[in-house]
Design a protein around this ligand. Structure first.
Ligand code: MN
Length: 427
């Protein structure tokens, strides 16, 4: 799967793109953007520019042309993976061959002037819980001696989320109101959440479709992963604590889920596959339907994750955002392929543009936690911020930004773009 488009020495004629932190020519993410005063269309990000692929369709593979005419990625990701590979090769050729510059350059739009949209019409959104250190940290708050429930190492745990409230980076988060009952409350009350949190996750965009009743064997699961994004599964911990038993998260999680708008394609991620970390001694082996030697050899991804926070006071004082957390996507107990296979193992159909969240990804060390619930030890140890403030949970005016970089020795690192949101007061 690694080819000339991953060559670290590859160079584009687009000014500044070779040095760009997120979008060198080795990345070529897919997304939906609007130029100033114009309508949405399919594009790719190259350096500080958005390239209009719909306008260039006549120069791109014929098999992708009708899909490129629609300002959503669903049709493109309904095609077999080799069609998106051919599209990547064609875009790469246009951007690296200086003789094509005259044809292509008129269709570059300055990214700072463009609006970015949701890449897909999302049919369904499922959130998993594969970040084992997150599951352990959260479990320990409730059950110090027995943090992981007995099913955790046998089943990739997940729940069905809500697609309608998935929005692109930049969408403000209106503080949710809800019913909650704190430990000192005699009765439940309806009030704005006071324990508003983020969750650092990766999202996987589904490609292709399996019929209802047909499962995806683990050896074919990667063909169903079209690409990845960042996902912030904003969570109201006080609402969650009161409502979650017995059926799991409901209104504590579905008021907004933010995604980074560019799809980092499976094809772009080829150089960044790494072995799944071995299970600790004594852990059960996965059942056969979740076991694949190739998946264990290369089913994890070398992706570095980071979360920054800036409060309104910090911005007013001209202070830069502070890094709350840094971690690695290898801290997942189950692989993306195992998530897809488990999800379809009962015959559940996954369709192009369905979104799977990994669950919060936390590391084992202080400063690698993927939520404030963990960073503040359940709200008991405030996080100190520059300028003298502190946080246990998010306050109005706080801006949270998730970022990710895929990197491997010998290859050009590629970024995911950002997944940002500002907390607004409850309405
Ligand atoms: Mn989550």
């Amino acid at each position: 799967m690694i080819d000339h488009t991953h060559d670290a020495a590859a160079s584009t004629w687009v000014a500044g793109a070779d040095a760009h932190e997120h979008f060198p020519v080795q990345n070529l993410p897919l997304g939906i953007f609007s130029p100033v005063d114009s309508t949405p269309r399919i594009g790719t990000a190259i350096g500080d520019w958005c390239l209009d692929l719909a306008a260039l369709a006549s120069l791109l593979p014929e098999t992708t042309r009708s899909a490129l005419a629609v300002p959503l990625l669903n049709a493109l990701f309904a095609l077999p993976p080799q069609e998106r590979l051919a599209l990547r090769h064609a875009i790469f050729a246009l951007l690296t061959d200086a003789s094509r510059r005259g044809e292509v350059e008129p269709h570059l739009h300055r990214a700072a002037d463009c609006a970015l949209h949701l890449p897909f019409q999302i049919g369904d959104y499922t959130d998993f819980y594969v970040g084992i250190h997150h599951a352990t940290n959260i479990g320990r708050l409730f059950r110090p001696d027995n943090p992981l429930l007995p099913n955790y190492k046998h089943v990739p745990i997940g729940y069905h989320g809500r697609a309608s409230s998935v929005r692109p980076s930049g969408t403000p988060l209106v503080r949710p109101k809800g019913q909650l009952k704190g430990p000192n409350d005699a009765a439940p009350r309806f009030t704005p959440s006071q324990r508003l949190d983020f969750e650092l996750e990766l999202g996987a965009w589904i490609a292709g479709e399996n019929d209802l009743g047909a499962s995806v064997p683990i050896g074919q699961a990667w063909d169903r992963i079209g690409g990845l994004c960042l996902l912030n599964d904003w969570s109201a911990r006080d609402i969650q604590a009161w409502e979650y038993q017995p059926l799991g998260p409901f209104l504590a999680k579905n008021f907004l889920s933010s995604v980074s708008p560019w799809v980092i394609t499976r094809e772009a991620l080829a150089p960044f596959h790494v072995p799944q970390p071995p299970r600790p001694e004594g852990d059960p082996a996965p059942l056969d339907y979740l076991t694949d030697e190739a998946d264990q050899q290369c089913g994890a991804l070398a992706v570095r994750l980071a979360v920054t926070l800036s409060t309104r006071s910090m911005r007013d004082a001209g202070l830069p955002p502070v890094t709350l957390s840094q971690g690695s996507a290898t801290a997942m107990y189950w692989t993306l392929a195992q998530m897809v296979t488990h999800h379809t193992s009962n015959g559940c159909n996954l369709a192009p543009g369905d979104l799977l969240g990994t669950g919060t990804i936390s590391g084992t060390t202080r400063g690698s936690e993927g939520s404030l619930m963990e960073l503040s030890r359940g709200g008991t140890e405030p996080v100190t911020l520059p300028g003298g403030e502190s946080r246990t949970f998010l306050e109005d005016g706080d801006e949270l930004v998730l970022s990710a970089t895929a990197e491997q020795p010998g290859y050009r690192a590629i970024g995911f773009g950002l997944c940002a949101g500002v907390v607004e007061p409850a309405r």
